[in-house]
Design a protein around this ligand. Structure first.
Ligand SMILES: Cc1ncc(COP(=O)(O)O)c(C=O)c1O
Length: 351
């Protein structure tokens, strides 16, 4: 029997499954997680933990929201915690858009924005970044849309957007402005502490990158209390499990690990950048823990050749505006040398 009923929601019909590589022990420089390994405070918490598995976690992860309030000098009620910042993206569109509404998404940026907009019955209006991968403020604010969303630092380009451009969008755009700071720990500017200055700002953050806890799926949104309350009412109660919440609280209290992680990236970034350029890559400026680079050989040959040699990086070469580009996480000195050595092998085989 042919299984072809036309049952899928209209707005999700063109979807394909997300990145899910088959792994066989490769060095992973494809997901921009922390190359120093698991968060030590979270690991300690997990190794010592005993939980009442029969009880629900706190409905809204109040313990973590309080710890975040202390970290940023804001109130717990400015925060919404959830199952990865991806959950908060979903909550954002669920809270602030109606069926059929437009949302503005820059190109290139995080691929899942389009997915969450469409999952919530909306339309994504794509606005190209400028030549130097900055925001086209006029083009963004003139769209008839309920939400404008942008990652800063941007994924996959790595650069931060200018604070004055974000401020201008916040003042001129009618709807909600979401600044996704998934890589915010690596950047010098942040909008988190400024949420009470704006009636339309939502900032997103994650424990998956600098905090080295991607496996535990913890993220949060920050906004003025009014917006935060709305999002809290929409979010699935208990969506952040008790074990991950406890680990995240422990991690927030160990800021030394975050400092060390950022210092390592700041030290290694120029070294990796120079190494890539020496091999013929065109690199783009990064304020984050990864680098976007245009490959001197075919992107597909490079990424497959590296995988065969035990290194995973991410391929953006078939996408508009990042033609023939790849993105690699900035590794430790040892990881970067391994990547450069293997890249040199693949490139020289092609010549
Ligand atoms: C820009 C950006 N936002 C959000 C996320 C999702 O992070 P999380 O693991 O918290 O869902 C990522 C993950 O790669 C990202 O790059």
């Amino acid at each position: 029997m042919e299984m072809t009923r036309n049952v899928m929601r209209e707005t999700t019909k063109g979807f394909s499954k997300y990145y899910n590589p088959k792994l066989s022990g490769e060095l992973r420089l494809d997901t921009n997680t922390n190359v120093l390994g698991s968060n030590p405070a979270a690991s300690k918490y997990l190794s010592e933990g005993k939980w009442d598995l029969n009880g629900y976690p706190n409905t809204y992860s109040d313990g973590l929201r309080e710890a975040l309030g202390e970290l940023y000098d804001l109130e717990a009620d400015n925060f919404i915690a959830g199952n990865g910042s991806d959950e908060l993206l979903d909550v954002t569109f669920k809270t602030f858009t109606n069926w059929g509404d437009n949302s503005v998404v820059p190109v290139p940026s995080y691929s899942l924005y389009d997915y969450f907009v469409k999952c919530n019955g909306g339309k994504a209006i794509e606005v190209d970044l400028t030549e130097d991968f900055q925001l086209d403020v006029d083009a963004m604010v003139r769209q008839d849309a309920k939400v404008a969303i942008m990652p800063s630092p941007n994924n996959p380009t790595g650069n931060c957007f200018r604070t004055k451009d974000l401020e201008e969008i916040l003042s001129r755009f009618e709807g909600i402005v979401v600044v996704d700071e998934a890589y915010g720990e690596y950047a010098s500017d942040s909008m988190v502490r400024r949420v009470n200055e704006f009636d339309n700002l939502v900032v997103l953050r994650t424990f998956s990158k600098a905090y080295a806890m991607a496996a535990l799926r913890v993220g949060y949104a920050v906004a003025n209390r009014n917006l935060a309350d709305m999002m809290m009412c929409v979010k699935i109660p208990y969506s952040l499990n008790m074990v991950s919440e406890g680990a995240a609280i422990a991690a927030v209290k160990d800021q030394d690990f975050i400092r060390r992680s950022v210092e390592m990236v700041n030290k290694e970034r120029p070294v990796l950048d120079a190494g890539l350029r020496k091999l013929g890559f065109e690199t783009f400026p990064s304020d984050s823990n990864f680098i976007l680079a245009r490959s001197p050989i075919d992107h597909d040959v490079l990424v497959k050749g590296l995988k065969e040699r035990g290194v995973l990086i991410r391929d953006f070469g078939s996408k508009r505006r990042t033609e023939n580009c790849v993105r690699t996480t900035i590794g430790t000195s040892e990881f970067n040398s391994f990547l450069l050595e293997k890249a040199e092998e693949v490139i020289s085989e092609c010549r």
